[in-house]
Design a protein around this ligand. Sequence first.
Ligand SMILES: Nc1ncnc2c1ncn2[C@@H]1O[C@H](COP(=O)(O)OP(=O)(O)OP(=O)(O)O)[C@@H](O)[C@H]1O
Length: 308
Amino acid sequence: MNAVDIQGVSLRYGRMTALRQLNLHLESGEVLGLFGHNGAGKTTTMKLILGLLAPSEGQLRVLGQEPNNADVRRRMGYLQENVMFYPQLSGRETLHHFARIKGAARQQADQLLEQVGLAHAADRRVKTYSKGMRQRLGLAQALLGEPRLLLLDEPTVGLDPIATQDLYVLIDKLRQQGTSVILCSHVLPGVEAHINRAAILAGGQLEAVGTLASLRNEAQLPSRIRASGLQQREQVLQSLSVNGSTSRPLGSDSIEFTGSSAVKVQLLRQLLNQDQPSDIEILQPSLEDLYRYYTERAGAARAAEDKA
Ligand SMILES: Nc1ncnc2c1ncn2[C@@H]1O[C@H](COP(=O)(O)OP(=O)(O)OP(=O)(O)O)[C@@H](O)[C@H]1O
């Protein structure tokens, strides 16, 4: 059973269409990165899964049931963007309050405060917390009750680099335990190693979804190969040619080749036949490169539609 199944879902706010014919699923124990420009429809998708909004068209199943089912709600955790708490309560009191609402064990609060690195500030009032501390408390709140499905909207906002890394490690651990996660973020560097698939929304439509490997394959963006410590750089530059690839000198003894993934291995083979580089670096298109490609493609398609 998929954790989330979204079929042909559209959502309109009055006359404004925020999501158009969305088809998306989340497998059990999968981490899906949901990306898109401001206003692309990410939070709207989250709110539909949470049962806070009803689709104008289409079908949604969450943990096999209707999204607003009480039992499903108990098995979901949600960290919203710009999380707010009662400023007068301490971190511990805040978690006790949410544990009561969620029907989770009160003792879990201490364990979660420890897990998100807030044990030392558990009895301080939330109004004295930094932005990153409030974000960690929001994460602890989302983890109350050991949810099977976790929705994280911009979880790394306000977190310092170490806390961000800790969050990703925690997500890896939750995934290993079988938790399904949707992670919405504008912060792309660093996230790619922690998601199974990426979904890219643009203008309320799903522009691309897949593993990074499949998106790279589909987008056919060039990879770069950097070889350094070459003995015969000039000869290599002149003689090495693989269809569709380009090369340029770098520094005193290096070359950068640019070509599609398909020619990568051929290039490497020729290079190693002709010279003995001391180091080789392969730079594949990053998640940011893919995001830019799909977002620009969507923008170009919309501009063409507007002209027609
Ligand atoms: N309550 C509302 N009433 C009217 N329009 C809304 C409402 N909420 C969202 N929208 C519109 O729906 C579209 C999608 O908004 P949504 O909040 O889902 O985007 P998002 O991808 O989460 O953006 P961001 O990255 O800025 O958080 C936007 O054009 C937004 O202005």
